[in-house]
Design a protein around this ligand. Structure first.
Ligand SMILES: Nc1ncnc2c1ncn2[C@@H]1O[C@H](COP(=O)(O)OP(=O)(O)OP(=O)(O)O)[C@@H](O)[C@H]1O
Length: 194
């Protein structure tokens, strides 16, 4: 395990569905458990069996969630179906104050919001070697029905376009060979390169 990075800003990892963000994120936390902390979102949905309050999510009512939006308590928030999800500023500040680097797995609209929230963060985009390989991974994961795969691929095109906007991401890592991409991710976070 490497010593703690000198840069303690939260790390925002984004990229299209199926690119391997979750896999890389999990490795980062498993291999450096005392250095990184998982961002814990607020949600209005009910806990699922096995989920723990304050570990998987902070579960709040719709009223509470809307009050927090009004107080500008979120760096980003979104609605999926009937449920709302958000990342609170206080959660990031508290985890950072505890001496750990917060890692956030955020989709494109959330990235745009965080960039407007004036929070200091590092932005890492995970790109697929090609759209064909992205499709293979989405299919290979076996979690998605055909229409969901098509939606994710259409959304991926938008995200890949956005990732080309100059200055949006500090670095783009192509997730070709997993261990190679992982090493690049660590190198960036631990400032072993740009
Ligand atoms: N470098 C790689 N080479 C081959 N397969 C990979 C690689 N990285 C990840 N995968 C596989 O690709 C699939 C998608 O990975 P993962 O679930 O981590 O994607 P994700 O970006 O987190 O997607 P989502 O945003 O939908 O959660 C998984 O089956 C994973 O095991």
């Amino acid at each position: 395990m490497a010593p703690a990075p000198s840069d303690s800003r939260p790390v925002v990892i984004s990229g299209p569905s199926g690119v391997g963000k979750g896999t890389l994120y999990k490795l980062l936390l498993e291999r450096n458990p005392s250095i990184f902390a998982t961002s814990i979102s607020h949600t209005t949905r009910d806990p699922r069996p096995g989920e723990q309050r304050g570990v998987d999510y902070y579960y709040v009512s719709m009223e509470e969630f809307e009050r927090m939006i009004g107080e500008n308590a979120f760096v980003e928030h979104a609605k999926f179906g009937d449920n709302r999800y958000g990342t609170s500023k206080k959660m990031i500040e508290d985890l950072t104050a505890s001496g750990r680097v917060v890692v956030l797995d955020i989709e494109m609209e959330g990235v745009k919001q965080i960039k407007n929230s004036h929070i200091e963060a590092r932005y890492i985009f995970i790109a697929p070697p090609s759209v064909e390989i992205l499709e293979q991974r989405l299919r290979g994961r076996g979690t998605e029905k055909e229409d969901s795969i098509q939606k994710r691929l259409a959304q991926a095109q938008k995200e890949l376009e956005y990732s080309k906007t100059p200055g949006v991401h500090d670095v783009i890592i192509v997730n070709d060979e997993l261990e190679k991409a992982y090493r690049e991710l660590e190198d960036v976070i631990f400032n072993k390169r740009a």
